[in-house]
Design a protein around this ligand. Structure first.
Ligand code: GDP
Length: 446
């Protein structure tokens, strides 16, 4: 890539330091024209990976800052990179960026630094997606999962599967080229081939399973707080959030629409929906709220069922319980401050939205039931990867069925298809359109 690209790598707004990043074959000679190091060491004799203090010439202003040179190919993009650290705030950084343009650089497109890193073989496509996930992370868990992706954990697993498929393909090729060899022990060879395809398929299934936790980490666990009106759902939501988001009122039917708020429990995101109290009523608007509530309850990962401890469980409560019977449920008996009666022993937790009693336990239960046993390393967090691996799995299953039943070249087609689908994850077989789509989600400067 001949052209030099530059961009401000730090977020807009006021800050202590801003970073301007320049990448390309001529990055160093460009930097030389706008940086005067202390002690007059020429930029071209800079030792790479060392910070040099000096004057940075911007368009219309000068700043005193730092300059560092990353020598190709041991740099983020795999090309020569120069970074300037100047004083924060947008004006200085923009003036310096402007000067890089006048000296021949062009503005980097969204994610272009990382795209160059991918095209120069510095990272795989899934690793690049991990970078985007880390930058866009809204919870610690998402950032951690992004880092797992970035550090090529998934790539290595996928590459191991691809290597297994290559071995099977090589075997098939030998049998196609030398049919007399295969004819001797056809049944034994077929069994061996089938069993190695089955092993690969099992590994793929295990990987696919980790998407359950991965998806929740990425988008959060969806929790529907449900129950009949006035049991304290909105008050509990406010307690969990730590601020008043939902309207609390003694009037039944106050929460007409689902209110959403997000919290983090042990670094994981939970999207809480305070659903309209489910009850028979004539009010049209309230009924729309109830319908929406029912839709949210259906799609939620987890339901928190709230009953009033003083009222016990009646028919209306039973109707709500019927609606959520297929989901993991946390049964909450609320308003413990109003009664000493704790006869409802089947409650998972007793709470008071007024005093805060039981809220910590409720959060622990949300965490336990939200992730359950599925909380191992989430290798798979991106829908794109999940979809590609599913295609690989289907192709492998077809291949396994075809062994012995079809000609070997047909088996080879399915095995190759599985290999190609896996290659979409690492980037080897990803189309230009997929690559463009991925990098368009990045910010400028990354
Ligand atoms: P929702 O209809 O289920 O969302 O119930 P709200 O949260 O709007 O609460 C209904 C009424 O019960 C309000 O007057 C709240 O102040 C009251 N309330 C909610 N939780 C508690 C609680 O734990 N203790 C007491 N004493 N009152 C509560």
């Amino acid at each position: 890539m001949e052209d030099v690209i530059s961009a401000i790598a730090t977020a807009p707004g006021k800050g202590g330091v801003a970073i301007i990043r320049i990448s390309g074959y001529k990055a160093l000679s460009l930097a030389e024209k706008m940086f005067i190091p202390v002690g007059k060491t020429p930029v071209c004799s800079f030792e790479p990976y060392r910070m040099y203090p000096g004057k940075i010439e911007g368009e219309g202003l000068t700043d005193f800052g730092l300059c560092v040179y990353f020598k190709a190919p041991a740099s983020y993009t795999g090309e020569d990179i120069v970074e300037f650290q100047c004083h924060g705030g947008e004006s200085i950084a923009r003036a310096i960026l402007q000067r890089t343009f006048l000296l021949g650089a062009r503005i980097a497109k969204k994610g272009e630094f990382t795209k160059r890193a991918f095209l120069n073989g510095k990272l795989s496509l899934s690793s690049a997606e991990g970078v985007a996930d880390m930058i866009n992370a809204e919870s610690q868990a998402e950032a951690r999962a992004g880092y797992l992706l970035y550090s090529e954990k998934l790539t290595k697993k996928v590459q191991a599967l691809q290597a297994g498929l290559k071995t099977s393909l090589a075997k098939i090729d030998v049998f196609i080229d030398y049919p007399e060899e295969a004819a001797d022990d056809a049944e034994i060879e077929n069994n061996e081939l089938r069993s190695s395809l089955r092993t690969l398929s099992d590994e793929l299934i295990a990987l696919l399973k980790s998407y359950d936790a991965g998806k929740k980490i990425k988008t959060g666990v969806t929790v529907a707080i449900c129950g009949k009106p006035n049991t304290g759902k909105s008050s509990l939501l406010n307690r969990l959030l730590g601020y008043d988001k939902a309207i609390v009122s003694e009037l039944a039917g106050t929460t007409r629409d689902a209110v959403e708020g997000a919290i983090e429990i042990h670094g994981k995101k939970f999207n809480l929906y305070d659903t309209a109290g489910v009850r028979e009523c004539g009010d049209r608007i309230e009924n729309i709220g109830i319908e929406r509530a029912e839709a949210i309850i259906r799609s939620a990962d987890l339901a928190v069922f709230v009953a009033d401890i003083a009222g016990g469980v009646d028919e209306e409560d039973a109707r709500v319980l019927e609606m959520i019977k297929d989901k993991p449920i946390i049964k909450v008996f609320n308003k413990t401050d109003l009664t000493c009666d704790d006869t409802f022993t089947d409650a998972d937790v007793h709470t008071s939205a007024v005093t805060g009693e039981g809220i910590t336990r409720l959060k622990e239960l949300l965490y336990e039931k939200g992730f359950g046993a599925s909380l191992h390393e989430a290798f798979l967090i991106e829908e794109r990867h999940f979809e590609a691996l599913q295609r690989a799995k289907r192709a492998l299953e077809r291949a396994e069925r075809a062994v012995g039943a079809e000609t070997l070249d047909l088996v080879a087609i399915d095995v190759k298809e599985a290999w190609d689908a896996l290659g979409e994850v690492t980037g080897e077989t990803a189309t230009e359109a997929i690559i463009e789509e991925i990098f368009s989600k990045f910010c400028v400067g990354k």
